[in-house]
Every structure is written in structure tokens, then in C-alpha cells.
Design a binder for this molecule. Sequence first.
Ligand code: NAD
Length: 262
Amino acid sequence: MRGQVALVSGGANGIGRAVVERFLAEGACVGVLDRQPDALHDLRAEWSDRLVVVGGDVRDAAAHEAVLDATSQSFGPVDTYVANAGIHDMWTRLEDIPTDQLPAAFHELFTVDVLGYLLGARRMASALRAARGSMIFTASSSSRYAGGGGALYVAAKHAVVGLVRQLAHELAPDVRVNAIAPGATATGLSGLSDSEVGRGRLDERPGLMDRVAETVPLGFVAEPADHAALYVLLASATEAPFVTGAVLPSDGGLDVRRSGRH
Ligand code: NAD
């Protein structure tokens, strides 16, 4: 990725951070938008010449403007945009959300997981058109199947796939737009890591990791870095020049299980 300039939302932790680390290792310059910018202080020290970090909220259009400005001023035109920042609904079933709280719960989840992607894509589209670049959205196994979250999260992640397909159509032929759909991954969001970002310490929920791993045909929960090379692939105009509108699963084989061969 030497010579490439990438922007990653939600790049301070989890999957986004693994993508940032991999992009840097592959030679790219990287800008990050995250509401926890301090979580990247170690990486900032290590890569001060090729990493800029902007603190902000993906629900705020001005934050996307700020990270695009900071990144392009430091490194030149941006050619890769990774929309990744997200939150989870902790598997809350629809019937467990009191009706009067549903609009607020919907607003919270959809403004981060869907509007955040829309605002980022809206702002980056012209920059990426000029660079004939690539947009990559972090979708989920919940973009394809039920059960990876509650009704709000699963609906939001399905919406991300619609967005990828529509933008692949709208931005062709200038910009390739694709998604990675991770399955269970050890991050704060999923509660499958010791991260302080998410749901608390893993040792407070004994057996959780094993129970989740048993549902995965390949038999393990992914580390964030396990998905990172797929983002590098989709960011490459030479390695993936004919790929757009695709949703690439990285989920340990859930299709195998669901088609009854496992
Ligand atoms: P994570 O909690 O480890 O990281 C999410 C990052 O996004 C954090 O750095 C957080 O500060 C940032 N963020 C959250 N809301 C934000 C906001 N409003 N503004 C700015 N930054 C914000 O979670 P993760 O598991 O790495 O999740 C990243 C993406 O991967 C999400 O879109 C999630 O839906 C998706 N995903 C995760 C899993 C999993 O099992 N962990 C599986 C499938 C998909």
C-alpha cells in the first residue's frame, strides 16, 4: 500500500485498529476518526510520520470533514475509506424494549451504525472519485443472518449491505464499494475480549468464549487481525480491480453450518 492514503472510522480499537495497523505495516499513510482517540497514543508514537488521529463522533458531519482535511493536508489525496465505527445492541430482543423507549434505542443504534456510514461515504465520495479509490464497509455476519445481535443491530447491519450495493452502483465506474462481513471477533463490542471499551472483562463471563466458538464451523473466535488482509485486498486497485458491490464473509464458515454440511 506504499503511496496509498487511507481513512478508517472507529480505528482506535478492535477490528478498525487491526486494519490501521495492517495498512501502516503495508506502507500506507492513515487517518483515523474515533471518539476514543487516546486509545491510539502508542501507535501514534510509533508511526508519527504516517498516522493522524482525529477525535470525533461519526454522527457529526463536521467530524468527517475534519478527518478528511487533516489526512489530506498531511499526506495528500485520500484513496481508501474504511467505514467501521459501530456499536452493538447487546442482543436485546424487540419485545424486551419498552415501546416508549424504542424510538430512542433505534436512534442511538442507527445513527452510529447506519448514519455514521452514510455521512462518511457522503463526504468521502468526491475525494475517492478523484482518486479512483475504494470504499470498504465493515458489515457483519448479522448483515446476512439472524442471531448475532438483537433486532436493531441485525436490521442496521442488513442496511449496511443495501448501502454497499447502492453506492457500488452510484459511484461506478470511479469508486469500488465493498464490505467485509466478520463473524464473532474478540473485541470490546462483542464482549469476547478483555477490552475496556465494551462489555467488561471476559473472566467475568466464564465459558462464553468456548460457547461462541462451538457455533463456528472453524471452531474459534477470530482475532481482529484475522480480517485485516481482506481490507488490504479490497483497497488495492491492482489486486481487486474487478470487485465491487461484494460482501465478503470472514466468519469461520457460517454458510457451511447453515447449509447443513457441518
Ligand atoms: P470495538 O468496540 O472494539 O471498536 C469500535 C470502535 O468504534 C471503537 O474504537 C469506538 O470508540 C468507535 N466508535 C464507536 N462509536 C463511535 C462513534 N459514534 N463515533 C466515533 N467512533 C465510534 O468494536 P469492533 O468489534 O471492532 O467493531 C467494529 C465494527 O465491526 C463494527 O461495525 C461492528 O459492528 C463490526 N463487527 C464486529 C464483530 C465482532 O464480533 N466484534 C462482528 C461483526 C462485525
